[in-house]
Design a protein around this ligand. Structure first.
Ligand code: GLN
Length: 534
C-alpha cells in the first residue's frame, strides 16, 4: 500500500513547492522507492490548456496527451515517476465529474455537496494514482496558498486521508517563507506561525516545515519555530535560495529531509545517495568548461514561466556539452523592425519556440531568414518549425505571400494548414493534436545523427500541420523532410541542406529532456552552436 506525502504552501505563492515536491521524489527514489506525483490545482478550468501563458505560464504535456501545470515538468525532470492525465487533478475536473454523475442520477436522490461529494471525488482520484503500478510513496502537491477559499476542498480531502490512514502512512509537509527584514536585520517567523495556525484551524498539523529563506536559519530560530508551530526541531528544514534549481535535492538532503521522511513514515530502505546527480549535473553546472549564447525569439519573453521547459532543456543541452548556456531573450515584436540584427548579433544559435496567434510572426520570419542566410544554428519548435517552413517557401521557393492559415486564411500558398479532422473541431479545450506520436527519421540528417535511431516518439500540442500539397515543391528547392509520422504521413521534422544545423520539429522535444539525459536535439543544437564561428 502506498504511503502519502502532502505538500502545502503558505504565506505567499511562488515558493517553489513544485521543485520541493520534485526534489522529495528524487531523494526517495535514491532510497529505492517508487514514487508517484500528483498536482492538485484549485482553479475551475478543467485543464490549463485554454489559459493564456500570462495567466498560467507554460502548459506541460504528458505522453497520454494531458495538458497540465508546469510543475509536472519539474516532476519529470527530477524523477522517473510516470505521469499521465491522472497526475493532474484540477477543481474543474473534479466538479465536472461530480456534476456529470449528478445529472446521470448516480447520487440516488441525495443533496450533492462539497463535503462529502467533492472531497470524496478528490480522494478517489488521489488513491487511483497511488494504487497504480506498485507505488511506494505518492507525493501530492496542493496548489495555491493556505488561506485561499478555493483550495479548501483539497485541504479537507487530505485531512481526511491522513486521518483514515494514520501517522505512519501519511505526512504533511508545509512549505513556508521566513522573510528577512533588512531594516531590522531580522528573519521573521510570524508569517510561518500564522500559516501553520491557519492549517491547524482546518485540522491539518504539518509534521515538517520547509522554510524558504535567503539566509541561514540559526539554531535559536529553529527552536522558536518548532515551539510555536508544534513540530520537532529537526523537522524545521532550511530551504535556502540556491544558484540553480538542480541544487535543491542536495541542499534538502544536507538538512536531513529524506532521513526524516523515511523515519516518520516508518520506511526502511537503503540510501544509495545522489552521487550521479552531483557528478553528472551539479559539477558541470558549477564549473562548465565552455560558454555559449543562445537567443530565444518569442512572444512571451517577459514572462519567466512561459517557456519553462525550453529554457531547462537548453541548460540540459549545455550540461551534456559541458557548457554554460546564456539565454538571450528576444521579443519577437522587437525583431520586426529594421534594427533586428542588434538583438541577434551575439547569438551562436537561435531558437524559436511554440506559440499561437499572429502577433510577432513577421519578426520570427525575419529571424529565420537571418539564421538561414548566415549559417547560424537554428532550432524551431512547433510554431518555430512552421515559421521556418513559411520563410523557406517565401524566400527560397519564391512562393510569394506563403503563410499559415492560422495567420492568413486566404494566403495564396497555405504551406501550413489544418488537416481535415481539425477543421471539424468546435470546442477549444483538449482538442489539439496532443500527446505522443511516432516519427520515423530519414538517414543522413542532423536529426538522425542526434537520435542515433530511426524510430522515435515525441509529444505534440498544435492544430496546424505542414501542408503535404507543398512537399514536392519545397523539397525540390532543398528543404529536407527529416522525420514523418508513419501512421498519418505528417511531416514532423524539416531541415535545410547545406546549413550547419537547421532543424524544425512539429513536436515539443523540450518536454522529454532531463538534466542528466539531455534531449538529443537540444544536445545537438548546443554542440552546433558551440562550433559556430563568427
Ligand atoms: N499555433 C500553432 C498550431 O496550433 C503552433 C502551436 C505550438 O507552437 N504549440 O499548430
Amino acid at each position: 500500500m502506498s504511503k502519502y506525502i502532502f505538500v502545502t504552501g503558505g504565506v505567499v505563492s511562488s515558493l517553489g513547492k513544485g521543485i520541493a515536491a520534485a526534489s522529495i521524489g528524487k531523494l526517495l527514489e535514491a532510497r529505492g522507492l517508487k514514487t508517484a506525483i500528483i498536482k492538485c490545482d484549485p482553479y475551475l478550468n478543467v485543464d490549463p490548456g485554454t489559459m493564456n501563458p500570462y495567466q498560467h505560464g507554460e502548459v506541460y504535456v504528458t505522453d497520454d496527451g494531458a495538458e497540465t501545470d508546469l510543475d509536472l515538468g519539474h516532476y519529470e525532470r527530477f524523477t522517473n515517476a510516470q505521469l499521465s492525465k491522472d497526475s493532474s487533478i484540477t477543481a474543474g475536473k473534479v466538479y465536472y465529474s461530480v456534476i456529470t454523475k449528478e445529472r446521470r442520477g448516480d447520487y440516488l436522490g441525495k443533496t450533492v455537496q462539497i463535503i462529502p461529494h467533492i472531497t470524496d471525488e478528490i480522494k478517489e482520484r488521489i488513491k487511483k494514482v497511488a494504487k497504480s503500478a506498485d507505488v511506494d510513496v505518492t507525493i501530492v502537491e496542493i496548489g495555491g496558498t493556505v488561506g485561499d477559499i478555493e483550495s479548501l476542498p483539497f485541504l479537507e480531502a487530505i485531512r481526511q486521508l491522513r486521518w483514515e490512514l494514520g501517522e505512519h502512512y501519511a505526512l504533511n509537509i508545509h512549505v513556508t517563507l521566513l522573510p528577512y527584514i533588512k531594516s531590522a536585520g531580522e528573519q521573521k517567523t510570524k508569517p510561518t506561525q500564522h500559516s501553520v495556525g491557519r492549517l491547524r484551524e482546518i485540522g491539518i498539523i504539518p509534521q515538517i516545515l520547509m522554510c524558504r529563506t535567503e539566509r541561514p536559519i540559526s539554531q535559536e530560530q529553529r527552536e522558536k519555530i518548532a515551539l510555536f508551530c508544534n513540530v520537532d526541531v529537526e523537522a524545521v528544514i532550511e530551504a535556502a535560495d540556491v544558484k540553480h534549481i538542480y541544487e535543491v535535492p542536495l541542499a534538502l538532503k544536507k538538512e536531513g529531509l529524506d532521513e526524516l521522511i523515511v523515519k516518520k513514515l516508518n520506511i526502511k530502505m537503503v540510501d544509495r545517495g545522489i552521487k550521479n546527480w552531483e557528478e553528472g549535473v551539479l559539477k558541470r553546472l558549477r564549473s562548465p568548461a565552455k560558454e555559449v549564447k543562445i537567443a530565444v525569439v518569442g512572444k512571451y519573453i517577459s514572462l519567466q514561466d512561459a517557456y519553462k521547459s525550453i529554457y531547462e532543456a537548453l541548460v540540459h543541452g549545455g550540461i551534456a556539452n559541458n557548457a554554460k548556456v546564456t539565454i538571450l531573450k528576444v521579443d519577437s515584436e522587437e525583431v520586426e523592425g529594421a534594427g533586428f540584427k542588434k538583438f541577434l548579433k551575439d547569438a551562436q544559435g537561435i531558437l524559436i519556440p511554440g506559440g499561437f496567434g499572429s502577433r510577432g510572426i513577421e519578426g520570427k520570419i525575419a529571424a529565420v531568414k537571418y539564421v538561414r542566410e548566415n549559417n547560424i544554428p537554428f532550432f524551431g519548435i512547433c510554431l518555430g518549425m512552421q515559421i521556418a517552413t513559411i520563410e523557406f517557401a517565401r524566400n527560397v521557393a519564391a512562393l510569394k505571400g506563403a503563410n499559415s492559415t492560422e495567420f492568413e486564411k486566404e494566403t495564396p500558398y497555405p504551406v501550413i494548414s489544418l488537416i481535415e479532422e481539425q477543421k471539424k473541431v468546435k470546442n477549444l479545450g483538449a482538442s489539439m493534436r496532443l500527446g505522443a506520436f511516432n516519427c520515423v527519421l530519414e538517414k543522413n540528417t542532423k536529426s538522425f545523427e542526434a537520435y542515433k535511431s530511426a524510430k522515435i516518439s515525441e509529444r505534440h500540442r498544435h492544430r496546424y500541420e505542414f501542408n503535404n500539397a507543398f512537399r514536392q515543391q519545397l523539397t525540390q528547392k532543398g528543404l529536407v523532410i527529416a522525420g514523418v509520422n508513419p501512421e498519418r504521413d505528417l511531416v514532423e521534422i524539416i531541415e535545410i541542406k547545406d546549413h550547419p544545423w537547421f532543424v524544425g520539429c512539429q513536436f515539443h522535444p523540450e518536454f522529454k529532456s532531463k538534466p542528466d539525459s539531455a534531449h538529443p536535439l537540444f544536445k545537438g543544437f548546443i554542440a552546433a552552436a558551440l562550433n559556430h564561428v563568427k
